[in-house]
Design a protein around this ligand. Sequence first.
Ligand SMILES: [Zn+2]
Length: 151
Amino acid sequence: MLKDMPERTLPFRTVPSRRPCLTAVLRMAGLRPTKQRVALAELLFSGHHRHVSAEELHGEAQGANVNVSLATIYNSLHQFREAGLLREVAVDASRSYFDTDTSDHHHFYLEDEQRVIDIPSSAIVIQNLPEPPRGMAITHVDVVVRVKRAR
Ligand SMILES: [Zn+2]
């Protein structure tokens, strides 16, 4: 359903109260719209695309008086990802960001600021990909370009 939307537009931006819409989005993604999931979806899908870590979302939840543990945030983010509502950008073994833009694109990782910004998919040409192992198909290729302030 989200795939049919024009790029960089979320389906619930123009709806005055997004709660019923978010409930429907969660249901369509196969997730039971629990109070916590709807509250987290409200924080995540605020009308513009963003990249957020579990810790950042936890801080936002606390700021919005949404009482959820960091473990619940992790679980919910992974459930949203598995349901296709988010994409995970893993910058290293211990650090992931969750992207509300699930379309194909790449990222700069700003090492000094520990945040990611988008690179349009058309800006990187990927050539000479190896044949996937027998019986497998490539689902997507995402590139993380790591940068830090030049000295
Ligand atoms: Zn992104």
